[in-house]
Design a protein around this ligand. Structure first.
Ligand code: GLY
Length: 377
């Protein structure tokens, strides 16, 4: 780390010394330990939270959206990851959101299986769960994996057992009447075996699901629906969380990009954070969140770093079943990226929106799309 100090750092450092004096003893010791010049903060940034567009949709009892809740907690001094998880909990607990947590669209057997991961930049720790059943807030279990174990990822029944032993409420079924109704409709329309001949697989399961999207039964964003939420505080501490019910009507056990570090989420506290929503398989093949952070490490802006990753994904999408009539990817995939300076961007294969909350308040902004039109053109 460059220990040279400019005037702005010095002024900020002076201000932060007062803040440090109010910290608990152990943290004060960390903050005030001599390490070069007698300043504490490298540089100050404006706190910021970004997320998928659904971070502006669900509301808690106080009327706050996920990004608003997380931002409020960050400026109030909460740990950045705790704030982000409190934000996405609002969506996980919203029965009306059919893409995340409770009420998420179930797998092909009608069982809701959830994925989540989180990364804590300053602590350099991470945790995740995949295909966990019965817990409404998988992001909290992911954080418990991070905090309570030496592991990064627990899956399936093991993840549920872990949650049960830590006192999480385990429900027999996370379906809502709406998610069950949509699953029944999907089931009615598809081959009951769900393992079609490879030659015809593009014409069943997935196509029926996408037809239900076209008919307006399922929101396009909810088909692979997910929320990724990333934030930075005034000290430049960066964290991220991603949580999802994954691909609607997936093969039981299918896990997407969300719980996989480097795919659905990646954070490096010295560089920035990136996370995704959309077709997890396309992201998993390219580990694009890691790629975006590495691009930023090489000096790219969040926007250029994300567009470069989308170009890579497009180039690696060659199977006909994944291409539309224009020869472009026939799926949606979005990234949300921020860097150490608090610069940010939403990037997407096709035009989309994403949520932002900073000192100017919360809002939806347009992503920067790689392609025009839509996935189904
Ligand atoms: N991006 C969410 C999923 O593919 O499961």
């Amino acid at each position: 780390m460059d220990r040279k100090m400019n005037r702005r750092d010095f002024v900020v450092g002076g201000a932060m010394a007062g803040v440090a004096a109010t910290l608990p003893g152990s943290l004060q010791a960390l903050e005030l330990a001599p390490r070069g010049p007698a300043v504490i903060v490298r540089s100050a940034v404006k706190p910021l939270v970004i997320s998928a567009a659904n971070g502006m949709r669900s509301r808690d009892a106080a009327g706050k959206s996920a990004v608003e809740k997380a931002y409020e907690m960050i400026v109030g001094g909460s740990d950045v990851l705790d704030a982000l998880i409190a934000g996405v909990n609002i969506i996980e607990l919203d029965p009306k959101d059919t893409s995340v947590g409770y009420g998420g669209l179930p797998n092909a057997d009608g069982v809701v299986q959830l994925d989540s991961s989180c990364m804590h930049g300053p602590l350099k720790r991470a945790g995740g769960v995949a295909a966990i059943e019965g817990v409404k807030t998988p992001s909290q279990v992911a954080r418990a994996v991070m905090n309570e174990t030496d592991n990064h990822l627990l899956v399936g029944a093991g993840a549920q057992d872990f949650a049960r032993r830590l006192g999480f409420e385990i429900l027999p079924d996370l379906n809502t009447p709406e998610s069950r109704r949509l699953w029944l409709e999907w089931k009615r329309r598809t081959d009951s075996e769900h393992y079609p001949d490879p030659k015809t697989r593009a014409t069943v399961g997935m196509q029926v699901g996408l037809q239900m999207v076209r008919e307006g039964l399922i929101e396009a964003e909810h088909y692979y629906g997910t929320i990724n939420c990333d934030g930075i505080n005034a000290r430049g501490d960066i964290c991220g969380v991603t949580t999802t019910s994954g691909l609607a009507f997936k093969i039981p056990g299918r896990t997407g990009d969300s719980p996989i570090l480097g795919a659905g989420l990646y954070v490096d506290n010295d560089i920035g954070a990136a996370g995704s929503t959309g077709r997890g398989e396309a992201n998993l093949y390219n580990l694009a969140s890691f790629l975006i952070v590495e691009n930023m490490r090489r000096g790219m802006t969040p926007k250029d770093a994300g567009l470069d990753a989308l170009r890579r994904i497009k180039a690696n999408t060659i199977e006909k079943r994944l291409l539309n009539s224009r020869g472009n990817p026939n799926f949606y995939l979005n990234f949300y990226a921020l860097n150490k300076r608090g610069e940010y961007a939403g990037l997407s294969m096709y035009p989309a929106r994403f949520a932002v909350c900073d000192e100017r308040g919360s809002r939806l902004e347009d992503t920067v799309p790689l392609l025009t039109g839509s996935a189904t053109d």
